[in-house]
Structure formats: structure tokens, C-alpha cells
Design a protein around this ligand. Structure first.
Ligand SMILES: [Zn+2]
Ligand SMILES: [Zn+2]
Length: 321
């Protein structure tokens, strides 16, 4: 594990950060939402992609007002998939804006109260977020008649010029969104630009292409095919669900490499931490719940990350004085 911490590129802000004239994003804690539409577009003249963590509805709504004008509601909310960190503010926002939601048919059971996602695998990937992943909500949420299937013809309601691309693996009905005119890709969690399993990478948003978050990806064969399909699009911008959006030739080259070398770079190797010696800490061990992960080395890796992060923050604080 590298110890190097990169400074955040910009301070936290409630303002959506522009990527293109008609595309901006807001990063809330560790997950991105995307706003598609020109500044000051007005009411029902833009769309929201994904809906962040629980508790972020006010922040997303405020960001939308800043970009599109007071009381501007989207024409639609499009979901790349239904994981808790992409639908957290969804019910509150849908209520506030009275707006239709679209997701792939295969994702609808998780959005209409019919089934929960498969349990996460906290033993893969290493790091605190993976370790804590068993605590993440697997749903389902029930959006009732607000949620609709994406049209069969590949079009995206409210987003002319865009098409959805079926990219299962991370979830059964995961989609990415693509605009051919400028090769802009909104990738959801099909691949991400930070190592999502690790709290350190999440908090520093270190830039690197990675496969989908390991602890929550049950179908690696499908995930590999999905990344290959997205690499074939040769995107100019890769706007992912986690990590900073990236653009240009080096991103494209890395995406092709990720697709080619997917099994080595993205697929977890079960049990690789079992050989690691664990400097046992009773406090960490006590935090394992009876039905939680029985993977002590992994949990300790998470504890180690917390210690390193605290050191880093204390160091920064001292330097500022
Ligand atoms: Zn996800
Ligand atoms: Zn996610």
C-alpha cells in the first residue's frame, strides 16, 4: 500500500463543478452525482444522474439551484444502478421535484421493494471501506410508480443525444451513459477512478482507473465484458460514480489496459490477506459483530488506515499553525 497522499485538487464546495458546458458534477463524501444541462437552463431543462448518499438531498438540490436557477427541477433522474450510495437522496428529491426516475429493467427489483442486492464481500480489496461494506444498505428501496424502465431503443429520457449502454457485473442492471457527439461517458460504477475499497484512497481521491468496487461486485465475468465495451467507445471524458472524472489520451490508454488486463487489475484474489501477519489489537477484534466478517487481518488493515489518516490530518493541522 502506498503511503503517499495527494492533496485534494479543490476545496469542498456546494457548487457543481463544471466538466463541459452542459455537464457538471458534485462530489459528496465519496460519491459523484452528475448534472446534465447548461447553466441557467431553467425548470425541467436538465437531468440528474444518480442521487448520492442518504442525507445529501439538500446539498444536491442546492447545487442544482446554483447551476440551473431557483426552483429549477430536472426533467428526469437517471440511475446508473441502485446501490445505496447512488440512491440515498432519491426518495427525498423525487418527492421534492415530482420527477420521473429511469433505470434498467434488470435493476427495477431493487428499486421497487422486490429484492435486495447480494451481500457484499468485505474480505476483498482490503481496506476500511471494504471492511465496513457489510454495514452498507442492500435495499431494496421502493420508489413505486415513480421509477420506469429505460426505453428499449437505447435513448435516455430527458437527454437527447445520449444513449444508455448495458454494463452489468457490478449490479445486474447497471448502465453507463454515452454521448457519441463528444464521446462523453458517464460510467457509474462499471469502473471507477479511485480505489474504492480503501478509505485512504476515497478520502484523498487518488486518481487511477480501477474496476468496479470489489466488495459489491458479484459477477466478474460480466464486469470484465462491460469494461471492454466501454473501452471500445474510446471516451474522451470518463465521469465515474467514484473518484475524479478524467479525460484525454492517458485515461483512454489506461482504460484499454484495464480492459485487457482486467483479471489481474480488477478481480479480487480471495485470501491474499490471510497470509499477512496480524498484529492483533483487541479493540479492533471486539468490533467484529457476531454475524459480521470473520476476517481479522482485513479489519486490522482498516484500523491501520485510520491510524495513518489521523496522523496525516494531525500533521496538516500542526503545519497550518
Ligand atoms: Zn455501486
Ligand atoms: Zn457506488
Amino acid at each position: 500500500m502506498t503511503m503517499a497522499l495527494e492533496p485534494a485538487r479543490r476545496p469542498a464546495t456546494s457548487e457543481p463543478w463544471p466538466l463541459l458546458d452542459d455537464l457538471a458534477y458534485l462530489c459528496s463524501v465519496m460519491v459523484n452525482v452528475y448534472f446534465v444541462g447548461f447553466p441557467h437552463a431553467g425548470d425541467r431543462e436538465w437531468a440528474l444522474i444518480d442521487a448520492g448518499l442518504p442525507g445529501s438531498a439538500d446539498r444536491i438540490a442546492r447545487a442544482a439551484e446554483e447551476r440551473f436557477g431557483p426552483n429549477s427541477r430536472p426533467s428526469s433522474i437517471i440511475l446508473t444502478h441502485g446501490h445505496f450510495d447512488h440512491v440515498g437522496a432519491l426518495e427525498a428529491l423525487a418527492e421534492r421535484w415530482d420527477v420521473p426516475i429511469y433505470a434498467h429493467t434488470m435493476e427495477l427489483p431493487y428499486l421497487t421493494g422486490q429484492s435486495s442486492y447480494l451481500p457484499p464481500d468485505p474480505s476483498v480489496g482490503g481496506g476500511l471501506v471494504a471492511t465496513l461494506s457489510w454495514t452498507f444498505s442492500r435495499g431494496p428501496i421502493d420508489l413505486g410508480s415513480r421509477v420506469n424502465p429505460l426505453p428499449d431503443d437505447g435513448s435516455v429520457p430527458g437527454l437527447p443525444g445520449w444513449r444508455w449502454i448495458f454494463t452489468p457485473g457490478h449490479t445486474p442492471g447497471h448502465v453507463a451513459l454515452f454521448r457519441d457527439a463528444d464521446r462523453t461517458l458517464i460510467a457509474g460504477d462499471a469502473f471507477v477512478t479511485t480505489k474504492q475499497e480503501s478509505a485512504m484512497a476515497v478520502l484523498t481521491q487518488r486518481r487511477e482507473l480501477n474496476g468496479p468496487p470489489m466488495y459489491f461486485t458479484p459477477d466478474w465475468e460480466a464486469a470484465a465484458k462491460s469494461v471492454a465495451a466501454l473501452a471500445d467507445l474510446d471516451p474522451e471524458i470518463a465521469a465515474t460514480g467514484h473518484g475524479e472524472p478524467l479525460r484525454g489520451g492517458s485515461m483512454r490508454a489506461d482504460l484499454h489496459d484495464l480492459a485487457r488486463d482486467f483479471h489481474r487489475r480488477a478481480v479480487p484474489h480471495q485470501g491474499r490477506y490471510l497470509t499477512q501477519s496480524a498484529g492483533a489489537d483487541t479493540n479492533a477484534a471486539l468490533t467484529i459483530p457476531p454475524d459480521g466478517p470473520q476476517n481479522l487481518p482485513n479489519l486490522l488493515l482498516g484500523a491501520g488506515e485510520i491510524a495513518m489518516l489521523m496522523q496525516e490530518f494531525l500533521g496538516k493541522h500542526a503545519a497550518m499553525k
